[in-house]
Design a protein around this ligand. Structure first.
Ligand SMILES: Nc1ncnc2c1ncn2[C@@H]1O[C@H](COP(=O)(O)OP(=O)(O)OP(=O)(O)O)[C@@H](O)[C@H]1O
Ligand SMILES: [Mg+2]
Length: 249
């Protein structure tokens, strides 16, 4: 398994968020996590990238338990992961190019400047932001921030990409362009991805498997077709967006 969470518990501010979460992501697959707002989807991603530690349970990346890694090992693993944060998380005082270049210039990667410029140029082209490289984050629309965040997530040539709500706030055409980009990252580069989304049409389009978080656990997982045909009333209500059902009692 590429990513494995076993029996992960996390309490935040006295609230039990993750309560025995299990998740196994295979190499090369795109796994979509769905679930209501506040159920711990972003918290799950933070436990995978090591921004948060589980209270109990284990997170393994490429077979290695992250809590048992040395500083160097966790740094090396972190280099293999690209993350698109929910907010885009651009640094306000750096322009788009410098934001995208960050994973290449931080710490001690000794890449020649010309190479960095070229890689950044390619990634900006991929997300259709070639014209906006010199702009500051405050001068970007929401969709442009997302795309800049995406360019930064893929700039280091990651093996694993974590996407938190990559299409929220984007118009339908741009959403599909992002979906296609996620699919092409998988096809062309063979990356393993986890994507958190509320957008079911995007989930069905990009996912190999979809898993739903409810009360701190994955309550159901399966292929898009299996999820569409689910008999679980909670999943059924969520994917149809119905206001009547177990989620709103
Ligand atoms: N650092 C933190 N400190 C305290 N509470 C937190 C922290 N991070 C998240 N939480 C809480 O944990 C719960 C789950 O948060 P999380 O961000 O994972 O939700 P989510 O499923 O990603 O929701 P959304 O779909 O709205 O993004 C929320 O109640 C949130 O307030
Ligand atoms: Mg979230």
């Amino acid at each position: 398994m590429m990513i494995e969470l076993s029996d992960v518990y996390k309490t935040l501010d006295g609230r039990k968020i993750l309560q025995g979460l299990n998740l196994s992501i295979r190499e090369g697959e795109t796994y979509v996590i769905i679930g209501r707002s506040g159920t711990g989807k972003s918290v799950t991603l933070k436990n995978i990238i090591g921004l948060m530690q589980p209270d109990r349970g284990e997170v393994k990346i490429m077979g290695q338990c992250i809590s048992q890694m040395s500083k160097t090992e966790s740094y090396e693993i972190r280099q293999k992961m690209g993350v698109l944060f929910q907010s885009g998380a651009l640094i306000n005082w750096l322009n788009v190019e410098d934001n995208v270049a960050l994973p290449l210039t931080e710490h001690k990667r000794h890449l020649p400047k010309s190479e960095v410029v070229e890689i950044v140029r390619q990634k900006l082209e991929l997300v259709e932001l070639s014209h906006a490289g010199k702009r500051m984050p405050s001068e970007l629309s929401g969709g442009m921030k997302k795309r800049a965040g995406l360019a930064r997530a893929i700039v280091g040539g990651p093996k694993i990409i974590l996407y938190d709500e990559p299409t929220s706030g984007l118009d339908p055409v741009m959403s599909n362009q992002i979906n296609d980009l996620i699919i092409s990252m998988q096809k062309k580069l063979g990356v393993t991805s986890i994507c958190v989304t509320h957008d079911m049409s995007s989930a069905y389009r990009i996912a190999n498997r979809i898993g739903m978080i409810f009360e701190g656990k994955i309550i159901e997982e399966g292929t898009p077709q299996e999820i569409k045909n689910t008999q679980n009333p909670i999943v059924k209500q969520f994917i149809s967006g119905s206001t009547v059902g177990p989620l709103t009692q």
